[in-house]
Design a protein around this ligand. Structure first.
Ligand code: PEP
Ligand code: MN
Length: 679
């Protein structure tokens, strides 16, 4: 190492040591608060205004030091997740926090498997628990040991975001006397690992757990002459590789498993989807209490009697009481073909009177109703879990009866799907998990067109730091002149997705041609139909067949009725995820690029349940006009905005006159907040 690097490196080491020390001190303070929350059972677990205050201080502090508020914000988010976890654990275990509990926990696999990593995460904040981990060759063996009393708990993977539910776990839950007492969600990053110096092109066999192999099919299919082989778990495939010592073999496992065995990572992130999560359940022999302030989930198995509408009646019992159903799955009973068991997850606590009533009612329509457990509900990042009461408050409409819901559409003939029915709730559409509609406000921002990697990355950064939730960027541009920049096409889309992923922003891009729909839908989180294509009916029909939200822009000379009829085309094809966009229309006025039709917002709200957002950028055509128009749109009830911004507006290749700067974006967010539509 060259001499001049030594002093700064020593400084970094010292700072890191202090950072850890400070985190430990912070957690001590967090624990103190947690203890008082655990004795005062009236105190809410989370104080949202306090959390916002902490975030604001952190952001101000970061900015005064010239640091990126986005990246420092991510650090705070993790620190706060950790703090929350610490307090939650105190709640349920405050009674015996002082005496150490020895727990024997079983899982399938060997040290370093994903189950093993999950146990570390799940028990990280229970210092009073001493874990004795035991690996088994199958889920069933771990459950046998639990039933025999050789274990206190067993950890079982239950579902994966790519591969789906694990049948074997469901069968065990159905057939054995087990209680789910906790859950954990693990982000899974599959790595291809080999011996040092191994060449991917020369591999002949790749081993892993069959579910892991299934999650990596796209990448694996690119290899020729290479077979795959299933093993009991990912980490044991790595152990086998080490034992065989053959450079033509490889394994798929976690980075941690590879690290333990000193294996080399040949390729990271080889799963079919960038986001890959596995949910595990911790099962015990008996149910355990959950503090009523913690978000909770209940799992149930149901077999309905063979009468018409039985299942619908069961589900209605939840819906009427505003109980959120998070999972419904039907599985054939292996011992009696064509008979089905339904697996349900609902949000809430066993002691909640609404849940008790619903379960009582359901038991009258069911042959069997088995409670698998009530346990703390976890989310991927821990930050967006809302206790059940908040969810109930957000529901806008009063509970409806079937007859109310069936009331005929008024003055909206032909709009069977997009039309607003009396007492019909406004719809929520989600772009990559971000909701719009029914009170949820969405800010979409980004450049008119994707130009270069540096430009779209800087664009994504400015959107993220200003508080935007979705990144826009055109890869295919519908330009009025054939000589103008037409967009980068698919390489542009790739850059957009890359920038979105780097800043955790879902992305939206315009689709111009029928034949591009499926390919764009594979990588973008939402597709935009531009004003010039609003009545391209073949394109709309095709979009009716994809499972991606569509932002439908109002045509330059289209009436509100035309816009709704266009939405109806998409919805009639089966895709109900439509967001409408007012972006200005052609009038005799030439002072603005288009005339923003503010009245379209309340008119659309009268006629449709779909979310309505506004694009003030293309209406204005000039930067100075974008903010006042945006303010008017928000005040008139728009569910969101889509605006154009650019890291270097003067040199933008497309629509540079209307591109907002970072400062403009900040001002825009302040306006939206001032109108009470964003936190
Ligand atoms: C755009 O959003 O980039 C665009 C071309 O908008 P519009 O279709 O509304 O003109
Ligand atoms: Mn544009």
């Amino acid at each position: 190492m060259s001499g001049e690097l030594q002093p700064p490196r020593s400084r970094i080491d010292e700072i890191d040591r202090q950072l850890v020390e400070l985190v430990a001190e912070r957690m001590n303070a967090v624990r103190e608060i947690g203890k008082s929350k655990s004795t005062d059972t009236e105190a809410p677990l989370r104080d949202h205004s306090r959390e916002q205050e902490v975030q604001a201080h952190w952001q101000d502090e970061a900015e005064t030091h010239g640091l990126s508020s986005y990246f420092t914000g991510r650090i705070l988010r993790e620190v706060m997740n950790y703090s929350r976890r610490v307090q939650e654990e105190l709640l349920d275990r405050s009674q015996d926090a002082t005496h150490v509990r020895h727990l024997r926990v079983g899982f399938q696999g060997v040290a370093g498997s994903y189950s093993d990593l999950t146990l570390t995460k799940l028990f990280s904040e229970r210092p009073q628990c001493r874990l004795e981990r035991k690996g088994f060759s199958s889920f069933a063996r771990a459950v046998d040991a639990l039933e025999n009393g050789d274990l206190d708990y067993a950890l079982l993977p239950i579902e994966n975001t790519i591969a789906g539910s694990l049948n074997e776990t469901y069968q065990l839950l159905a057939n054995r006397q087990l209680s789910i007492v906790d859950e954990e969600i693990l982000p899974v990053d599959h790595c291809l690992v080999g011996l040092a110096g191994a060449d991917v092109e020369q591999l002949r066999v790749i081993r892993s757990h069959p579910v892991a192999l299934q999650q990596c099919t796209i990448w694996l299919n690119k290899l020729s002459n290479c077979a795959t082989e299933g093993t009991t778990d990912t980490a044991s495939s790595a152990e086998m590789l080490l034992a065989n010592n053959d450079p033509h073999e490889a394994a798929i496992c976690s980075e941690e498993a590879a690290g333990r065995l000193g294996l080399t990572i040949l390729q990271r992130n080889i799963a079919n989807q960038a986001h890959n999560y596995t949910r595990f359940v911790l099962v015990g022999r008996d149910p355990e209490p959950v503090d009523s302030r913690r978000p909770a989930r209940m799992s149930l198995i149901l077999m309905v009697n063979h009468r018409r509408g039985s299942l619908a009646k069961c589900l209605e019992a939840f819906a009427r009481r505003q109980i959120n159903l998070t999972k419904l799955e039907s599985r054939a009973k292996p011992e009696s073909p064509w008979e089905y068991q339904f697996y349900l997850d609902i949000e809430g606590h066993r002691d909640d009177p609404r849940i008790k009533e619903a379960l009582d009612e359901i038991s009258t329509h069911a042959n069997t109703l088995k409670e698998l457990g009530c346990y703390p509900r976890r989310s991927v990042f821990g930050e967006d879990l809302v206790p059940e009461e908040h969810v109930a408050e957000e529901v806008v409409a009063a509970p409806q009866t079937t007859s109310q819901a069936e009331i005929k559409v008024v003055s909206n003939s032909g709009l069977r799907r997009s039309g607003r029915k009396p007492a019909h709730e406004p719809s929520i559409v989600k772009i990559g998990g971000v909701p719009v509609g029914a009170g949820h406000f969405m800010l979409i921002a980004g450049p008119c067109a994707v130009e270069t990697r540096a430009q779209i990355t800087a664009g994504a950064r400015m959107v993220r730091e200003a508080g935007g939730q979705v990144l826009r960027g055109g890869a295919f541009k519908p330009r009025s002149s054939p000589y103008s920049f037409q967009g980068l096409g698919f390489p542009g889309l790739e850059l957009l997705c890359e920038a979105g992923a780097a800043y955790e922003l879902p992305v939206i891009t315009e689709v111009l041609r029928l034949e591009d729909v499926n390919r764009i839908a594979q990588s973008a989180d939402a597709l935009q139909v531009g004003a010039r294509n609003m009545q391209n009916f073949e394109l709309l029909k095709k979009l009716g067949k994809v499972d991606r939200p569509v932002l439908l822009k109002r045509g330059l000379s289209a009436t509100v009725a035309d816009l709704l009829a266009a939405a109806e085309y998409i919805m009639a094809g089966g895709n109900q995820q439509v967001i409408l966009c007012e972006r200005g229309i052609r009038t005799f006025e030439t002072a603005t690029r288009s005339t923003l039709d503010i009245s379209a917002i309340p008119v659309l709200k009268e006629r449709t349940h779909l979310p309505v957002i506004v694009d003030p950028s293309h209406a204005a055509g000039r930067r100075e006009l974008v903010l006042p128009l945006a303010a008017a749109a928000v005040a008139a009830g728009a569910d969101g905005l889509i605006v154009e911004c650019h890291p270097d507006p003067d040199n933008a290749l497309c629509d540079k006159e209307q591109a907002l700067t970072r400062e403009d974006l900040d001002e825009l967010v302040a306006i939206i907040k001032g109108l009470g539509r964003m936190n």
